[in-house]
Design a protein around this ligand. Structure first.
Ligand code: GDP
Length: 445
């Protein structure tokens, strides 16, 4: 149905000469295609425009990784930027449900999948988190909707608040709260009424329920297939009710998921879950990676570029290893190591890959070593000249002062770094002599 973006881009780039870095013209040409792809994926025009502009600034001048084409490289950059935009803060799946009973308010238009999602989340809370959940339907306009929740509750083994005819939504919310407290429930979920369109009455009702329930989470359920409409709905609900997250349903359909990007960019609200079908298990925590791949329709390229980058890192690491064995471990190597440590989530991961380094990792840890120290050490190395990095023995007291000041640190910090470098160098040399090169290389793979 859609022309594959990667095909389009490769067409564009076949005509360009291969260069070491992405030129402004290359990037512009590629991003024109990306913009069309975004629009086809249902991303709204202003969002697509802003997004492309941000990526353009970021991509221009970036080195093209060996063994991929510039077009592929741009796709990777776009993909990463999409992931960045889509990602909210914290774990999207972690619902705030401390202080039982915690109220969760479910809002959204009729037909968006609100009732289904309420039950899916209740099941998830029960099964994954071992929570006792009570569900209540507040849809007094549609008795069938109240029945539907009761049926789903039965099916998944989650209690529902008994239906009392003639009660208004606020009264039901109060009763749910009382029942949840008395019954020792951890969570109670309020499935509010939906309408086909947003109207004053709907909003007023949801607001009144919110005021009595004081929900820990207010989740807006929107149909992921409705594109721009979904964004308008989200904006409106958030302005009037205040939502803490969005659930996108029908992501099992063949929509391209562009609504997710628009929604996030326009409302700033995190997407927490996606609905992937009618069954009660068909819900997942939102994963920006997946949606980004879907919007671009090219997960394979992203994987390819990642692989190519990994290969190059491995080549660099091997070269570094060789130098180390010969006792030529310099500050550039140390910096690369520090950067890698950061990437691998700190000291332990890195050291554990290198035989003989475990003890040092402990010592460093005991000395209060954490990621911020890694970053500061990298800053120190960056403040050195090329010559100094190649041969830190050149550093005189006055230069040390300048470097430390340049990186906003003390000379003692720099001395510690130099000491660490020496110790590591010594150890490498020793290991090289012991003929453990094979082992070390193994560990670097
Ligand atoms: P409500 O009016 O917002 O409460 O919507 P319902 O929960 O009654 O859902 C309306 C229809 O959409 C039902 O037939 C659901 O089974 C279906 N539905 C809900 N979520 C999803 C989903 O993620 N994927 C698919 N394919 N169908 C869904």
């Amino acid at each position: 149905m859609f022309e594959n973006l990667s095909e389009r881009l490769s067409g564009v780039f076949d005509r360009l000469t291969k260069q070491g870095a992405l030129s402004e013209e290359d990037v512009k040409t590629a991003l024109r295609e990306v913009r069309v792809a975004l629009l086809e994926a249902d991303v709204s025009l202003p969002v697509a425009r802003d997004f492309v502009k941000a990526v353009q600034d970021k991509a221009t001048g970036q080195a093209v990784t060996k063994s991929v084409t510039p077009g592929q490289q741009v796709v990777k950059i776009v993909h990463d930027a999409l992931v960045d935009t889509l990602r909210g803060e914290g774990d999207p799946g972690a619902l705030k449900i401390d202080n039982p009973p915690a109220p969760i308010l479910m809002v959204g238009l009729q037909g968006s999948g609100k009732t289904t999602t309420t039950a899916k989340l209740a099941k998830r809370l029960k099964e994954r988190d071992g929570k006792r959940v009570l569900m209540a339907s507040l849809d007094t306009n549609r008795p069938a909707a109240m029945e539907q929740l009761a049926i789903l509750g039965n099916q998944i083994g989650v209690d529902t608040l008994p239906i009392v005819k003639g009660e208004d939504p606020v009264a039901i919310a109060k009763r749910a709260k009382t029942q949840a407290s008395l019954g020792g429930y951890d969570v109670y979920m309020l499935d509010t009424a939906g309408r086909l369109h947003i109207d004053q009455e709907l909003i007023a009702q949801a607001a009144a329920v919110r005021d009595v329930a004081n929900p820990r989470e207010t989740l807006l359920v929107v149909d992921g297939l409705t594109g721009q409409d979904a964004v308008n709905v989200a904006t409106e609900f958030d302005a009037k009710i205040g939502v803490t997250g969005v659930v996108l349903t029908r992501m099992d359909g063949d929509g391209r998921g562009g609504a997710a990007l628009s929604m996030r960019a326009v409302t700033g609200k995190p997407i927490r879950f996606v609905g992937l079908g009618e069954k009660m298990d068909a819900i997942e925590t939102f994963e920006p990676d997946r949606i980004a791949g879907r919007i671009l329709g090219m997960g394979d390229i992203v994987a390819l570029v990642e692989k190519a980058q990994e290969t190059i890192e491995a080549e660099q690491a091997e070269k570094m290893m060789k130098r180390m064995m010969k006792g030529q471990f310099n500050m550039n190597d140390l910096r690369m190591q520090l950067e890698q440590m950061l990437k691998m989530g700190g000291m332990e991961g890195m050291m554990s890959m290198m035989p003989g380094m475990g003890k040092m990792a402990k010592q460093v840890e005991q000395a209060g070593f954490d990621d911020s120290i890694l970053k500061r050490q990298i800053a120190l190395i960056q403040s050195m000249t090329k010559k100094e990095r190649a041969n830190p023995a050149l550093l005189q007291a006055s230069r040390k002062k300048r470097i430390a000041a340049g990186a906003g640190m003390e000379v003692s910090d720099l001395n510690k770094l130099l000491k660490m470098h020496r110790q590591m160098g010594d150890m490498m040399k020793k290991m090289g002599k012991m003929g453990k090169g094979g082992m070390l290389k193994q560990a670097m793979k």
